[in-house]
Design a protein around this ligand. Sequence first.
Ligand SMILES: NC(=O)c1ccc[n+]([C@@H]2O[C@H](COP(=O)([O-])OP(=O)(O)OC[C@H]3O[C@@H](n4cnc5c(N)ncnc54)[C@H](O)[C@@H]3O)[C@@H](O)[C@H]2O)c1
Length: 267
Amino acid sequence: MDLSQARHAFVTGGASGIGLGVADALVARGLAVTIADIDADAVERALAGRANFRGVVLDVRDRGGWARAKAEAEAAFGPVDVLVNNAGIGPDGAQIADLTYESFDRIVGINLVGVFNGVATFASDMRGRGRGHIVNTASIAGLFASAPGVSAYGLAKFGVVAMTETMRGELAPHGVGASVLCPGFVATNIIANTARLSGEETDYDGGVAPGSGMSPAEAGEIVARGIGADRLYILTHPEMWPMIEGRHNAIAADFAAADKEQAGATV
Ligand SMILES: NC(=O)c1ccc[n+]([C@@H]2O[C@H](COP(=O)([O-])OP(=O)(O)OC[C@H]3O[C@@H](n4cnc5c(N)ncnc54)[C@H](O)[C@@H]3O)[C@@H](O)[C@H]2O)c1
C-alpha cells in the first residue's frame, strides 16, 4: 500500500518492542497510530512524549474488546487503513510431550487466534472500502520448525503464515494487501513480558542473550518498507534463508521419493 495515502494504523502489542518500532515508523510517514496492548502501564509509557499516538488497552483474545477498541480508535482517527496484528508472547520452552493445556491455549490464543480476531474485526470493512493493508506478525519460526521447546509457538506462527497467504489471495482483488512479518531475533523484552503475562516462570531464554538482535526501530522501518512494497513475506534476517531452504529441500526430497515410489508401483 502506498503509505502516503494512509491515515490511520492500528498496531497490537504496540506498547513495546517490534510493535512500538512499527508504530514509530508509521507515524514518521505521516499516519496517526492507535496502539493496542494488554499492558496498561506500558501503553502509558509509550504514549509519553509521542505525538499522533493514541492508546487502547486490549487483550487480543477478547472479541468484545476488539469491537470496542475499533469503535474508539475510529472515532478518534477515522477508518483504519493499516492493521498490524503484532501482539504476541514467546515460547514457553516445553517440548510437545510436556506442554500443558494451559500453556498451549495461552500461546495459540494470543499468537494465532488473537491475530484472527484482528482480521475478523477489520478485514471486511477494508474490503468494503477497497483499500487497506494488514500485517500479521509471525516469526522465522513460522517458516521452519526451529528448535525443541518452540512447539506451540511454532504451530501458532505457521498458522499465521498460512492465514496471511490465504487472506492475500482473497483480499487482493478488493484492493487490500496482506503481509506476514517473519522476524529473526529482535532485541525486545519478549522473554520478561512473556513470563509476566503468563504468570509463571520460564527458563526458556530463546537461546540468545537478552537484548541481542536487531533493534525494534530497524524492524519497524523494515515493516513500513514492506507495506509500501506490498511484500507477502516481510523478512528481517535474510541470512536465515539456509534454514528455510533446508525445510524446502526436505519437502522436495520426499516429493521426489513419492514420485519414484508411485512410478515404481504402476510398473
Ligand atoms: N523479538 C523477537 O526476536 C521476535 C522474533 C520473532 C517474532 N516475534 C514476534 O513479534 C511480536 C512482538 O514481540 P516483541 O518481541 O516485540 O515482544 P514484546 O514483549 O516487546 O512486545 C509484545 C507486546 O504484546 C503485548 N501483548 C502480549 N499479549 C497480549 C495480548 N493478549 N493482548 C494484547 N497485547 C498483548 C505485550 O504487552 C507487549 O507490549 C510477537 O508476536 C512475537 O512473537 C518476536
